[in-house]
Design a protein around this ligand. Structure first.
Ligand SMILES: NC(=O)c1ccc[n+]([C@@H]2O[C@H](COP(=O)([O-])OP(=O)(O)OC[C@H]3O[C@@H](n4cnc5c(N)ncnc54)[C@H](O)[C@@H]3O)[C@@H](O)[C@H]2O)c1
Length: 370
């Protein structure tokens, strides 16, 4: 296969590149990424030019994308590029819509022009979407299936829903061979430290508080990023054009529960390795405190969805998908990854814009917990 991976320098895209390179020796991987604040070339593996090419560019530059599709004879697009942070979409919905909706439209147009011209080419356009398009569940409601009506609640979720509709329309109208995956919240290596798990790991290592929204009762279905890549792999291998597949691991957990498990994992890592107290002297276990002592409750996010849960039965039954990473070991591995890759996350923390954003977002931590 000759794959174009948009957003391949972001969290899931980069993990996908690592995953695919490990498992598909002969395939050509072309990453197209604008390198926004969330993109990071250092997340990509070192591979020779015959296997991996990195192109810095915007998915909205249709002519450039068309040229790239032709030049590289791409047969498969895996579309990850997006503005992916709900809080940022609340602060700036226009930009989120411009990238997620118009960007996807531009990419679909490029694919249509190149793949559905006079010489039709065998192809696949896969859109990586989210469970947030389905809205929120109350406790006890059945998990989202592929027939759950869309009811997005945040500008981010609405933009992903709109992009999904466009992808579907390109299949129905033009016959583009599309698939969509709606997956639950991911965790794992190379995760930009503004999302809960990586933010809290680096906050602990730096001796900062852990700002939990509201009472920490929001429930998410936590999926290890490798299992997400496994799900996309099964859809690319055997998924039917025009179909939508939910990817999840039946691993529902409240935010506070996740934070407490994470705190325990960091406490255990420090207990097992005395060097960590020297490397991270501000971390609570370096001076005899438990990580959980740094939990603070902060003002809730507006329109914060209570619960997401994914029913992955269709992917399991039709395509043989099975999530393999259990949450406790996935979390331990993730903590170990951040401990071992300090240079990677320190480079992000050193950017002024990072600290400015995090402080603005969670600046009322002390106030809300008082
Ligand atoms: N993170 C999750 O838990 C999760 C869950 C479900 C679905 N998703 C979806 O998966 C995809 C990847 O998510 P992520 O967490 O890796 O996001 P991310 O924010 O870490 O990465 C997004 C990447 O897209 C790039 N990008 C942004 N705008 C671009 C543009 N105009 N042109 C080219 N590149 C651009 C960025 O530079 C970055 O590398 C997104 O589409 C997201 O909606 C994420």
């Amino acid at each position: 296969m000759r794959l174009l991976i948009t957003g391949g320098a972001g969290f899931i895209g980069a993990n996908f590149v690592h995953y695919w390179a490990r498992r598909h020796d002969g395939d050509r991987l072309v990453v197209l990424d604008a390198l926004t604040y969330a993109g990071n070339r250092a997340s990509l593996p070192e591979l020779d030019e015959g296997r991996l090419r990195f192109v810095q560019g915007d998915i909205r530059q249709q002519a450039d994308v068309e040229a790239l599709l032709r030049e590289e004879e791409i047969d498969t697009i895996v579309h990850f590029a997006a503005e992916s942070h709900v809080d940022r979409s609340i602060a700036g919905p226009e930009h989120c819509v411009a990238v997620n909706v118009l960007g996807t439209l531009s990419l679909l147009e490029a694919a249509r022009c190149v793949w559905l011209g006079e010489d039709r080419v065998a192809h696949r356009f896969h859109h990586v979407s989210t469970d947030e398009v389905y809205g929120s569940l109350s406790a006890g409601q059945p998990a989202f299936t592929e027939t759950t009506p869309y009811a997005p609640n945040s500008p981010y979720a609405a933009s992903k829903a709109a992009a999904d509709h466009l992808v579907r329309a390109y299949h129905e109208t033009y016959g583009l061979a599309t698939t969509i995956s709606n997956c639950s919240i991911n965790y794992g290596p190379y995760h930009f430290p503004e999302k809960l798990i990586p933010l809290f790991i680096v906050n602990l290592l730096e001796g900062r508080d852990l700002p939990v929204y509201g009472e920490g009762i929001n429930v998410r279905d936590w999926l290890h990023v490798d299992d997400h890549c496994r799900g996309i792999e099964s859809i690319l291998a055997a998924g039917s054009a025009g179909e939508l597949y939910n990817v999840g691991s039946r691993n529902e957990r409240g935010n506070l529960e996740v934070v407490k498990e994470l705190c325990k994992a960091v406490d255990v890592a420090f207990a097992a390795d005395s060097d960590l107290a020297t490397r991270f002297p501000a971390a609570p276990p370096a001076h005899g405190a438990e990580c959980a002592s740094r939990i603070r409750f902060v003002r809730d996010r507006p329109g914060h969805d209570l619960r997401y849960a994914i029913d992955p039965s269709k992917l399991e039954k039709e395509l043989g998908f099975a999530a393999e990473v259990d949450f406790a070991s996935g979390l331990r591995q993730t903590v170990q990854w951040y401990l071992a890759h300090e240079t990677w996350w320190r480079a992000i923390l050193a950017r002024g814009s990072y600290r400015e954003w995090v402080d603005r977002q969670y600046g009322d931590a002390e106030e809300a917990s008082a």
